[in-house]
Design a protein around this ligand. Structure first.
Ligand SMILES: [Zn+2]
Length: 116
């Protein structure tokens, strides 16, 4: 799902996309002239390899994310949130979900067997 940067105004836009067993849902709202605020939840489950035994297992995901999206290079550096800089004035929600999933996967995981 892609949304043009200029399409997002002060009225929040709801979105929901899914990928495999994950649902990425939330809102986009204009925060300032050059920033859009994204607030969303990533819920569902993800097949992950266990860091101890390397067996794949279903890990439940329940993450809240909030960040700002800048059209091009962000000029005001004092935002309290992480900033994602986009190209071509297009917000690509699938790409954002992918990068959040990669971030999530970089955490340490152990399957239920190894936890015991
Ligand atoms: Zn394990």
């Amino acid at each position: 799902m892609k949304i043009g940067f200029v399409k997002v105004g002060t009225q929040p836009i709801n979105f929901e996309i899914s990928k495999e067993k994950l649902i990425f849902s939330g809102t986009l709202v204009k925060f300032s002239r050059s920033l859009i605020e994204l607030e969303a939840k990533i819920t569902g489950s993800l097949i992950m390899p266990c860091d101890i035994c390397a067996e794949d297992f279903d890990s439940s995901v329940n993450e809240s994310v909030k960040f700002h999206i800048s059209d091009g290079i962000c000029k005001d550096g004092d935002s309290e949130y992480d900033i994602i800089e986009i190209d071509n004035s297009i917000i690509d929600l699938d790409e954002i979900l992918d990068s959040e999933v990669e971030l999530f996967k970089s955490n340490y995981f152990s399957c239920p067997e190894c936890k015991n």
